[in-house]
Design a protein around this ligand. Sequence first.
Ligand SMILES: C[S@@+](CC[C@H](N)C(=O)[O-])C[C@H]1O[C@@H](n2cnc3c(N)ncnc32)[C@H](O)[C@@H]1O
Length: 254
Amino acid sequence: MQGSNIPNDIVPGLVPTMNQYGLMTKIFDIYTKKFIKYTLSLESEIHVAELGAAYGAVTQEIIRHNKKVKITVNDLDKRHLTVLQKKIKNQNNSIQIKPKIVIGRLPDGINFAENTFDAILAARVMQYLLPRDLIKALKKIRLWLKPKGKLFLVTKTPYIKMLSTFITTYERRKSRGDRWPGVIKDFNQRFNHDISISHIVPKFIHVFDPDILKRACIECGLIIEECSFINRKDLPLDIRLTGKEEVGLIAHKE
Ligand SMILES: C[S@@+](CC[C@H](N)C(=O)[O-])C[C@H]1O[C@@H](n2cnc3c(N)ncnc32)[C@H](O)[C@@H]1O
């Protein structure tokens, strides 16, 4: 599974990361689709970024359309981005776009100039940041966006099958006013080990619902356009629960 070849899908459309940070999903959720559509709809030469991209499925989808767009793709694991580079190299030469590869960990390990991006996607990556780093990352992202530039976020919620025993704790913490009810420090130990992805999850995870994710973005000076649960009925049964498996958010910088 290591090296510069992409690992096999664990189930069709879901690819394990090489560093136990879950799965890259090639089955795009509605907010990721909106990011792609938005990027492809912009007329002038634009610059977008995919953060925590793993093997860069979204970047590849944008490149496939071969529009004049500058893409920066980031992940903390060099191996993931090497797979992406190799894939692009092997593709048809008519593809003109070469993404800029930036290896580093949000929030402290990457930096861009102020007002760089027209749009940023961070799908299923903020869930690996503890509150202080999450806030730092959102503030940095706000700086990196151009005025009116948009942030597209997707994160996991507590409403997934592997966290079903945590839901009451989450709701209790939230109702007593905890600012970050979704921090789970022993995520890898909570698994029922029959679940097919238990061996590729990190030690801790930070899950959200729309209220908490919106509040974090507002605190960091972003203006919310939309935010909702995402019903992942397209994901395997051992992830799905009640149609609130992920939360998506679109915000912009004033
Ligand atoms: C669950 S995968 C998501 C991949 C892709 N964005 C998707 O939604 O399919 C999480 C990815 O984020 C990367 N990652 C985790 N924490 C990160 C951080 N703090 N900064 C940058 N990348 C990070 C991991 O290496 C992994 O490739």
